[in-house]
Write a protein of this length. Structure first.
Length: 153
């Protein structure tokens, strides 16, 4: 029997990492620590190169009633059917949401993927993310909210 978790458990496992609390400290570093903790859990996904990866992203979003800037780390897990064929992706997100102001709008947007087959060790990728200039801009700002949520695509 496999010690790997089912993809359907992913968001609950992610939420257990914070216990309902907003992570303390600089937001980029907090997301990196959450990603490290979450990466310790293996999920039952195919052996494909892009079946289990991470995305670091930030930028202005327009799907909320008020102007919003988001910073998040996403773990993308492939979901397969009983026939072993691709069905969808589960994207578990650790997300800070901030009120958009001129400085954050000027920061623009950024997204950066990591997958095991890319040739870059996960810790090296996280170290690179930790040096993102957005960290300095967000340090000391109060997020409007922090959420852990799941999207299926």
């Amino acid at each position: 029997m496999s010690n790997k978790h089912q993809v359907g458990e992913a968001v609950d496992i992610a939420r257990s990492l914070v216990g309902g609390e907003v992570p303390v400290g600089p937001p980029v570093l907090a997301l990196i620590e959450l990603a490290r903790g979450f990466a310790a859990t293996e999920f039952d996904v195919p052996d494909d190169r892009d079946a289990d990866g991470y995305l670091f992203q930030y930028g202005k979003v327009s799907w909320f009633p008020e102007p919003t800037f988001v910073l998040n780390v996403v773990r993308q897990l492939e979901v397969v059917g009983t026939d072993g064929e691709h069905e969808s992706y589960s994207q578990v997100q650790f997300e800070y949401r901030y009120s958009l102001d001129g400085e954050l709008e000027a920061a623009g947007s950024h997204s950066e993927w990591w997958f095991p087959g890319d040739g870059t060790p996960f810790d090296s990728w996280l170290d690179s993310v930790s040096r993102s200039p957005i960290g300095d801009l967000l340090e000391g700002r109060e997020p409007r909210e922090f959420l852990i949520w799941e999207d299926q695509s």
